[in-house]
Design a protein around this ligand. Structure first.
Ligand code: FAD
Length: 454
């Protein structure tokens, strides 16, 4: 009388319907995590997320041990290993969280076929990875929402499932487990120096602190670059250390403008998941073609990646990403707009670089936010261009964000740090900082020509 709870993007005990479902179905449960060779083969296993994942698994194991259980770890193809564990323990059912990416949907399909062939069942649980499952709210006659505002209206009216308590005990049968993976065994390369700590407990600490200090003012401060006043919960949501259903439920209970704005951002997350679930190829291909012939320029791409474009706010953003494996949303918007619109380089190259570094790097949110910025996605104003200087002055008016990340300009006071090219030559020479790689007006004119707008 055993069932398997296969952990994927739900590395938590609280409000986890997968684990709760597996426990309801049988007397003993195998809490299983498979280090899937398919993730590495897809190029998705990178040092920053590997480090965070290793923390998550260690934390999950510890929390299970406090409940007389443990985490069972296997390595290999996730479908083969899961079936093997089910056979070894005589499990009747495998429980899994429903996903949205092509990768997750294929995994689910293969698992169902393999388990059925063995005479076992697969139970897929919804509203684990997202608050509202993809496909749960639909416009008339279509398989997904293409525009956020009408989606949000329907999403907001949807009743959420109840929050599930963490189990008190998790009885685990005798079964072989590999040791907990260390970060270095999950991906090759050095992680960024200032990564957040992974795991459900670290996530809850951050959540509790942020609910006390950040939620109330979130509506006013979420775009404030130096203020850094957003929740920074995205990595915990990506790995499922925190439950989106729980976050939405609790924010609604708290109420107020800050909580409402926060819930709206969580709806954006669901929006992108429902779009990707309906159009898995939007991970690679333009969701809406604008007939772009993107430029190829390895030098400019490298300057952008390395934070030496000569536009201080763009460079600050890129250096924050390299240092923390995370970037403020406003910084993501303006650096992505700079790459795709000012330089007119392919959004795929930018999205790839973000996925290489972001701890919260997520196919749905990353690829579809990139497409939104590039104007090939769901933005209803696809040709809008964010001017990096105007963005800098508006969202970093004191220049503090730039001075934090571009120390070679720290001697420039106030907003002057945003345009070192305006300094007199003698003074300019004192700063070892590059000249702008592109003239903003030229970039804008080139983009407008390419898109055929005047
Ligand atoms: P908060 O402002 O505190 O928001 C709370 C939560 O809402 C976030 O943790 C996140 O889960 C969700 N959220 C907020 N904004 C968005 C959004 N625009 N789209 C989807 N979900 C959102 N987010 C990722 O989680 N993974 C990515 O790979 C990713 N790539 C991005 C790439 C680009 C080019 C852009 C413009 C945005 C990207 N985002 C991505 C969305 C957003 O920037 C981050 O979710 C946010 O900055 C995370 O910080 P936070 O947790 O402090 O956010």
């Amino acid at each position: 009388d055993v069932s398997v709870a296969l952990f994927t993007s739900d590395l938590r005990l609280r409000d986890n319907p997968v684990l709760a479902g597996a426990l309801r179905a049988a007397r003993a449960v195998v809490p299983l995590f498979v280090v899937d060779s398919g993730v590495a083969a897809a190029g998705f296993a990178v040092p920053n997320r590997a480090a965070f994942l290793a923390d998550c698994l260690a934390d999950l194991d510890e929390a299970l041990r406090e409940r007389d259980g443990r985490l069972v770890v296997r390595r290999g193809d996730v479908v083969e290993e899961t079936c093997r564990v089910a056979a070894e323990t005589g499990a009747g059912e495998v429980h899994l969280a429903g996903g949205a990416s092509g990768f997750a949907l294929r995994r689910e399909e293969r698992l169902r076929a393999a388990l059925t062939a063995d005479g076992r069942g697969l139970r897929v649980h919804d509203a684990v990875v997202t608050a509202v499952p993809p496909g749960a709210v639909l416009p008339t006659g279509r398989d997904h929402y293409a525009v956020f505002t009408p989606y949000f209206r329907r999403w907001s009216a949807e009743a959420l499932r109840d929050v599930v308590a963490a189990p008190r005990a998790v009885p685990v049968p005798e079964v072989r487990s590999e040791p907990l993976p260390r970060a270095a065994s999950l991906a090759r390369g050095e992680p960024s120096p200032a990564l957040p700590e992974g795991g459900e407990r670290a996530g809850r600490r951050r959540l509790d602190a942020w609910r006390r200090t950040g939620l109330t003012d979130y509506a006013d401060r979420h775009d404030d670059l130096p203020g850094d006043a957003t929740s920074r919960l995205s990595p915990y949501l990506h790995f499922g250390c925190l439950s989106p259903v729980e976050l939405v439920t609790r924010a609604r209970q708290a109420g107020g403008a800050g909580a409402e704005a926060f819930v709206r951002q969580l709806a954006w997350r669901d929006f992108h998941h429902q779009l990707l679930a309906a159009r898995p190829d939007a991970a690679r291909h333009d969701y809406r073609t604008r007939h772009d012939h993107w430029r190829q320029d390895a030098e400019e791409l490298a300057a952008w990646r390395e934070g030496r474009t000569g536009y201080p706010v763009v460079d600050a953003a890129m250096r924050q990403l390299a240092h923390e494996g995370w970037m403020h949303n406003r910084a993501r918007l303006l650096s992505a707009s700079f790459l795709t619109k000012t330089l007119y380089l392919d959004w795929r190259a930018g999205a790839r670089h973000f996925l290489d570094l972001l701890v919260d790097g997520d196919i749905a949110n990353n690829q579809l936010n990139w497409q939104w910025v590039a104007g090939t996605g769901s933005d209803t104003r696809p040709n809008r261009v964010l001017n990096p200087l105007a963005q800098a002055k508006r969202f970093d008016p004191t220049g503090e964000y730039v001075r934090r990340w571009v120390p070679e300009l720290a001697g420039l006071e106030g907003a002057a740090v945003h345009h070192p090219w305006r300094l007199r030559a003698a003074e300019r020479a004192r700063y070892a900082y590059p000249e702008p790689i592109v003239d903003l007006d030229d970039g804008l004119a080139r983009f407008r020509r390419a898109r055929g707008v005047d």
